[in-house]
Design a protein around this ligand. Structure first.
Ligand code: GLY
Length: 308
């Protein structure tokens, strides 16, 4: 029999990277807003799936973050977006990659999950699907910010620049949300503009199931952020979900980050909720922006420094 009327949980992140002090206020406000706008709906009985989509849409619309509006530019100055949403009841998921001109890739990912026989659509195929599903296609400049244009010009021709540098020194703000609803169901969504100056067509961890996100009612749900090329090698979100079986929630998150660092010298962070409704987070980047609902409503928002 299904568990009923649990206290719902919601945790979000706004990226794990070397967030400069000048950006802290905007990051705090952004992650706080995502929880404040979404958690009351969970209290009213909305599903975990609806909650993670809503929370990630708030973050995609906020130009502070590298997702939706405000995303990094690729090597030819274009925005290409990746997103995933996963339902812990069924292990069903939908994802899009290298999608252009759409503000809310997380919602396209949900339509992929619910309206197609497929799990992942990419590039022009994903855009064609989004158009047919009724999403508004925006002019490319609508997703572009002055901040990212300036950063693109700074790194465009720098031979020393590497994909993973931003996770120490520059912007790198994948967003994600994990929720547990009153019926005991878990869901996760993650959305990103990927990495700065990535090759056109590059796909990171975010839309790869088990890497950027994973949800299984029997274990828990996790969203990852950070250097995608490292995260996908260790399937970070699934690794943490598996660790939920044997560890308490925080220890499982730390175990995932330790594996990321030890096996592939990776950089990143995770947020999650285990099947018992306990929050989890860990990161090895200088900072991670995150927020969660405490008790039945107070929002705890923070820019967490690396514990080491
Ligand atoms: N974690 C975002 C990316 O590497 O694409």
């Amino acid at each position: 029999m299904q568990k009923k009327s649990l206290i719902p949980r919601l945790i979000v992140h706004g990226g794990a990277w070397n967030i400069p002090a000048a950006y802290h206020a905007a990051h705090l406000a952004g992650v706080r807003a995502a929880v404040e706008q979404t958690y009351p709906q969970l209290l009213d009985g909305c599903s975990a799936l609806d909650a993670v989509e809503t929370a990630v849409k708030v973050l995609e619309a906020d130009p502070t973050f590298d997702a939706g509006r405000g995303a990094f530019l690729n090597a030819i100055g274009e925005v290409e977006l990746d997103a995933i949403i996963m339902d812990g009841r069924t292990l069903g998921f939908g994802a899009v990659a290298a999608l252009q001109n759409i503000l809310h890739p997380v919602s396209v990912a949900r339509q992929v999950m619910e309206q197609t026989e497929h799990n992942l659509l990419v590039g022009t195929g994903a855009l064609d699907f989004a158009r047919r599903a009724g999403f508004t296609e925006l002019p490319p400049e609508d997703l572009l910010t002055e901040r990212e244009l300036a950063f693109f010009r700074q790194v465009q021709n720098d031979p020393a620049f590497r994909t993973h540098h931003p996770f120490r020194d520059g912007p790198g703000d994948t967003v994600g949300a994990v929720a547990l609803d009153r019926d005991g169901n878990l869901a996760v969504a993650t959305s990103t503009g990927g990495t700065a100056r990535k090759l056109p067509g590059r796909v990171g961890d975010c839309p790869i199931v088990g890497a950027g996100a994973y949800a299984d009612n029997e274990r828990g749900a996790v969203s990852a952020t950070g250097w995608g090329e490292s995260i996908m090698k260790v399937l970070l979100s699934k690794t943490v979900c598996d660790a939920f079986a044997a560890e308490d929630a925080m220890a499982a998150a730390q175990q995932g980050i330790d594996i990321l660092a030890r096996k592939v010298k990776g950089l990143g962070g995770v947020i999650g909720i285990n099947a018992e409704g306990e929050y989890a987070w860990a990161h090895n980047t200088p900072y991670m922006a995150m927020a969660y609902a405490e008790g039945e409503g107070a929002v705890n928002a923070s820019i967490r420094p690396d514990a080491k």
